[in-house]
Structure formats: C-alpha cells, structure tokens
Design a protein around this ligand. Sequence first.
Ligand code: GLA
Length: 530
Amino acid sequence: MHRQLECDVKSGGRLMRASTSFLGASQNLVLLLFLLFSMTAAFAQGIGADKEIRTPPPPAMPRINGPGIYGAHPGHPFLYRIPATGAKPIKFSAKGLPKGLMLNSETGIISGSVKSAGKYVVQLHASNARGKAGRSFRIVIGDSLALTPPMGWSTWYMAYTNISQKMVLAQADAMISSGLADHGYSYVNIDDGWNRKPDSKDASIDPPTRDAQGNMLTSSNFPDLKAMTGELHGKGLKTGIYTSPGPRTCGGYQGTYQHEEQDARQFAAWGFDFLKYDLCSYAELMKDRHNNDEAKKPYQLMGSILAKLDRDFVFNLCEYGWGDVSQWAREVGGNFWRTTDDVGAGLDGSLWKSMDAYGFGEAGLEKYAGPGGWNDPDNILLGKIIWKDKLVPTPLTPNEQYTWMTLWSVLDAPLVFGGDMTQLDDFTLNVLTNDEVIAVNQDVLGKQGVPVSKSGKLEVWLKPLEDGSKAVGLFNRGDEDSDVTVKWSDLSLQGEHKVRDVWRQKDLGAFKEDFHSKVGAHGAELLRVW
Ligand code: GLA
C-alpha cells in the first residue's frame, strides 16, 4: 500500500507540511488561518524563500539531552555538563553516581574522578518551575572515550589561523548562551595558529618557537592557556589543541616532530582534553603517503604517549583519509579520523560538491565506526564561516544545510560546528540543535548508517538505533525536487510501521509497505520507523 499522510503546502515561500486528508471544514479554516499567520511571521522574520524552520522550540519543561552514555578513564579528571533545555533556572540531581563524582545542582556539571573501572547506571533529574524530567545515563569508567561521536566546535573554518585566547573564550561563552551546550555541544577546539612560526616576522608569532628547555611557546595571542582551559572547565566545557607530527603544521607553525612526548605532556599540563594531530609536513618525511605502515607510525607514537598521560585526551587523527586510515585508526588509539580532504577547501560554489562527495562517500567505511572510534568527513560549515579573511554566511541553501546535519547524524560523524557561535541566526540554530536529530547521531548503539536503496540521485539510508527503531534518511542529491520512497522491504521490515518525522518532531501515522515524501533539491528528510 502506497500512502502519504502529508501534503506539502508552499506558502509565503515557506515549505510547510500539514495533515489535511482527514480534516473537516472547520479544521480547514483553522489551518488556513495558521498558514496566513505563519506567512506573516515568516516574512516578519525575514525568512527567505525556503528557509523553513523545521525544529520546534524546546519545551519550557526541562528536558535532558545529549548522549545516553559517556566514557572516561579510571583515576583521570572527569567532567560532564548535563545538557538540558527548558526554562532556567534548572535544578539538577543524580542517583547512583559512582564514588568520586559530584554534581553541582545549579550548573549540572558532574566532576571529580572515579578510581574503579566499571559501568555505572545513573538516574539524572532536572526540574524547573514548569516541571521535571529524568533520564538514565550510563557512565563507563574503562579504556574507551568518545562512546558516542564527539560534539563541539573548532576555530578553523571561522578564523583560520587568525585566532586568540580572547576569541576562544568568547566562543565558549556563546556555546553556553546560544544554547548549543544544552543540546550536547561540549568541545571548544583550537586548530592551527595558536603557537609560534619558525620563519615569521610578526612579533605575535615570531621565533623562538620553543624555550631553552624545548617547551613549545604560544603566540602572544594566547597568553595563558592554563587559565583558558580552567575557565572553560569551569563552564563544564572541554577543550582541544592542535599540532602536527611533522616539523611544521599545515599553516607553517611549529610542529611536534622529535618533541612528541614533551609537547603532549605540555598539552596535558595546560589542561587540554582533546588533540587534533594533523599530518601536514610529516608527509614530506614519508616515502609513500598511501603506505599504511608509514602513515600509521606518527599516530602510533602519539597514541602511545597520550595513553600514558594522567588526563583523558580524545585523539583526532587528520591525514586526509590517505591509505586505509579507517582500518588502523582505532589500533593507534584514534577516537575519530578524517576520511577526506578539507571539506571547505573552496567556498566558491564548491562547498556543496565537496560536502556531498565526502558525506555520501562514507558508504563502505561503516564497519570501522562504532563506540570509541568514528569516521570523520570534516566540520559542519553552517552559519557564518570564513571566506577570504571575512566572515560570510554559508553559501549552502537551506535544503543543503538540512542535508548536512541529517547525513552527519546518520553517519555517526562527529558534530563539530565550524561557524561563528557568537553570530548564530535562528535558522542555523534550528538546524544544529534538533534534539531528535542529534539523538540519532548520539545513539548508544553507535552504528554508522548505510545506503539501502538508490534510484538515480535519490538515496535512502538506514541507521539502526538502540531501541530497535530505525533512523531513515531520505536524500535527494539531484537538482530538482523529487519524491523519495522508502520500501519497508529495504529496511528488512514487513507489515505496518509507525513513522515519525524527526526534524519536525511529529508522528506521521502507521504505514504499510512503504512511505514516501517529497524531498527538495539537494535536500533531506529524516524519519524514525518503529
Ligand atoms: C589541514 C587540515 C584542516 C586544518 C588545517 C590547519 O588542512 O585538514 O582541518 O586543520 O590543516 O592548517
């Protein structure tokens, strides 16, 4: 049976969906008034042609978001800020926290350190003037980090190497004030440009690049990294640093070559929680960049050093997907690894092409992803990003932006936002913070989605979820709006199944045999099927 409960209503240039089939006359009048109201509201907000805001605002009642599981190493500092939406102030409490952890009931920050390895099932609670919410949360103290794909932000696509401590702290403030942190974004990561450059004449970054003891020196724009990480930790956020195994980073700054252990210990002493290790000039030391043993060597070395430190470091490998990195990245301690070149190499109209090629190109790598280690097709370039030294709005259409977030969620890709967090418009926030979409990405099962059917430029992707339901991405990579059908047989399902529109957080009804929906050019829809 082929049925569609919804019809697409193009109105005021804004694509809206309304269940009309079973509506009576009076309900139609209400619907008409609603459409007129929405049109006016859309224009009042200056929402452009098809800038449909799909994500309903979070309720005023508290809701605990973020992953259902979190891993840390025994005896290391533990830090987790419970992501929660709802009217502030919210009061937090927890039952079953392992010995060594404390929860700040005002901020929702869990901190401390757990000596004994083990799996702890904790009941988290949040309450405010409007109600209360509870959620079970698993803390796994053991040898794995990043049990769900890391979520955060990076300086790179917002500022390239034009970065400073002040800027990073302002971005961290915005991660909290914009609400991103309440949806699970937690890593504030410094990319290239924080230290000194061997051949620079600019006083803020000129040599020496190391002190007399060989310690890496920072740019004068980063006067006190220890104070910076302390401030970020105080907010419950975590923070990342960047370097290269080569003598120079990709931007020409000092790399760690032949100072690996000293630098890693320095990063730990500064209080970092994450290291992006970018091959860059190390490639010049290699005979064959696609030789797995050669590519693996520097990562193996750094992985073994990080494993000895007294802090948890999420280890982010960046060697552009050369060789078979997905096959060996876990072995060297990698928590996520770039499988591609830089997605934003060109903002001159090519961003959609690279995003499309890299994202959909992840098919086949699913066997290497799972709790503790993820394929990474690069950062998410939405909102305001850098182009020729200026911050410009992402060149992507709204449909393309929905595709980005839908695909990265289905792929279990790390959700690292690349835009300016201090300048987030409503549309960008709505794309980045849909908790049901994020829940697909953060699902505890950690199964990377796979394509289950293709018809020309139309694709259906499936990602099984822990509760037995299936996340289904309907993608239209073509240039014309099209109808995309998912057959239950392609999901190994028979009979009648309930379908939820994940972006609009709306149940659509029960369907037999298949479901179809119109999907805009370069667009995506995300379903959850029970
Ligand atoms: C490479 C990486 C990017 C970024 C830059 C920094 O191009 O792939 O992600 O880290 O280096 O110079």
